[in-house]
Write a protein that binds this ligand. Structure first.
Ligand code: HEM
Length: 472
């Protein structure tokens, strides 16, 4: 059996159900004090420094959860030996801002436009995450974490799931999220929904284990206790333009209403099946929203039910072969991010780029009843994209698939409709019809822009112990 106690929580098993999340973005103020802080964080003594939550919580999650990620600069500031630092992957060493072009962080999303503390990436050493049931608990844990002059707080980011049981796991733009995650052998939480995809080998997410790329394991920085069971995280602050998204749905629905083949997309009389009381225009908006994502907003996958949202459908037990292939647009967000067993150009990449995603919305829910105002509060997603290789997973997915569409000649040259770096002058998206050519939509603007982020290493418990014991 794999030892979940050596891996930080929220990697192999998620903290679903903890509504409040706060990120503390920290700089090492004093290396020796910071190493003592790390050692204390796994000491098992529940006073002072908050205790790191591991993956072995049994069935009941702890009331609050606390985890850390270290940037390359952070590992350096802690005094990690240069021989170990040299074994870290290049993209992690260079940091997220160096990969801006690959990630689509250009224009409004360019790192030069990121607000503090992300405007000084070299100062970001450690990102601590607190998950809690109540806001007061976030405060208490934050105070305990900052109590010892080891770390300087550069800034915070805070997220919260939308209120109410029904809204759990919903994100801005109104979709249900956190459905499809890789499942791992012997790891309890990763069995949430029936799923016909092959189980991911542990090396997809943890260093030192086999991957599904034949004969390949990612390099483990030495000594083994530093690298083994660790992983990498792309932490992203993604601003979502919800008003712009809803406005685009209006625009696309008006265009479709006039289209000669609209009845193939929405047979007359089907509006009620898409949503109770929906007008024809409103039903078309929902069809566009579903196609952009590959799921209806309630989570129903188009690959299983392309005509109407159906709560009885399995949520992630589908593939893009046979009928599933024609039902979901090749350019839809979830198909770009995970082509499953569907035919793609780089066949070897089919199951090898899977990412563990842990995200929470920030900012208040958008209220469609209120017209868009200039000083709308910022809202978006605090996303964590976790995998054993930033280059072969997160960056390859972002660049080749989300932003260039290299996986299929039919979408090459278009960007992801939801999170891609789109420009309305050139963007397009094809809505498949049951027969003949698709209907092409144009003019998609950039709905998501980057407002910060960092690449972090999520050390194992053994690695935290090792770092805490360094003396140099
Ligand atoms: C604010 C930006 C984003 C929003 C609103 C968003 C929304 C969604 C939604 C609603 C789903 C469907 C739920 C599910 O299958 O679990 C999804 C799935 C997914 N997203 Fe995103 N996403 C965003 C950014 C990204 C980025 C930047 C990446 C990767 C670089 C990404 C990777 C994925 C993956 C891998 C899946 C699962 C696909 C599958 O396995 O079928 N997403 N996203």
């Amino acid at each position: 059996m794999f030892d979940l106690a050596d891996v930080q929580g929220n990697i192999l098993r998620g903290y679903t159900g903890k509504p409040h999340v706060r990120y503390l973005i920290l700089e090492v103020a004093d290396a020796m004090a910071a190493r003592r802080w790390l050692a204390a964080s796994i000491s098992g003594r529940y006073h002072g420094v908050p205790q790191i939550t591991t993956g072995d919580w049994g069935t009941a999650k702890p009331e609050t959860c606390f985890n850390i990620g270290l940037t390359y600069e952070g590992l350096r500031a802690l005094g990690t030996p240069s021989s170990s630092l040299a074994m870290l992957p290049n993209e992690f060493i260079a940091g997220m801002t160096a990969s801006a072009a690959k990630l689509g962080d250009v224009g409004h999303s360019a790192p030069e436009k990121w607000p503090a503390p992300f405007n000084e990436p070299k100062r970001i050493h450690l990102i601590a995450t607190i998950y809690a049931d109540k806001v007061e608990q976030l405060e208490q844990i934050q105070q305990r974490a900052l109590d010892r002059n080891a770390l300087t707080l550069l800034g915070t980011r805070e997220g919260c799931t939308f209120p109410g049981e029904k809204e759990r796991d919903f994100v801005h733009f109104g979709y249900r999220d956190n459905i499809s995650q890789p499942r791992f052998e012997g790891v309890p939480d990763s069995q949430r929904h029936p799923d016909r995809q092959p189980k991911a080998p542990l090396g997809t997410v943890l260093l030192g284990h086999p991957t599904n790329l034949e004969g390949l394991t990612w390099r483990v920085p030495q000594p083994a206790e530093l690298g083994h069971n660790g992983t990498f995280n792309a932490f992203r602050v993604l601003k979502q333009d919800v008003a712009g998204f809803e406005k685009y749905l209006d625009q696309a629905a008006s265009f479709l209403l006039q289209h000669p083949r609209v009845e193939e997309l929405l047979p007359p009389g089907n509006e009620e099946k898409i949503g109770k009381g929906l007008s024809r225009c409103e039903a078309l908006r929902e069809i566009v929203a579903a196609n952009l994502c590959g799921r209806w907003r309630d989570g129903t996958p188009l690959a299983l039910s392309a005509e109407i949202p159906d709560p009885k459908m399995d949520l992630t037990d589908f593939d893009y072969v046979g009928v599933g292939d024609s039902r979901c647009p090749h350019g839809a967000h979830i198909r770009r991010c995970n082509p499953r067993g569907g035919q793609i150009v780089q066949r070897i990449a089919n199951n090898s780029r899977r990412l563990v995603r842990r995200g929470v919305p920030y900012g208040p829910p958008y209220d469609p009843a209120k017209p868009f105002e200039r000083d709308e509060p910022e809202r978006g997603l605090l996303g964590n994209f976790i995998g054993a290789s930033l280059g072969a997973q997160f960056e390859a997915m972002s660049c080749d698939w989300l932003n260039l569409g290299l996986q299929d000649p039919r979408i090459t040259g278009s960007n992801d409709p939801i999170s891609g770096a789109n420009d309305p002058r050139t963007s397009w998206f094809d809505l498949p019809l049951t027969s003949g050519d698709p209907i092409r939509l144009h003019g998609l603007p950039e709905f998501v822009s980057t407002r910060g982020g960092a690449y972090t290493f999520l050390p194992s418990i053994s690695a935290i112990r090792y770092l805490g014991s360094l003396t140099t």
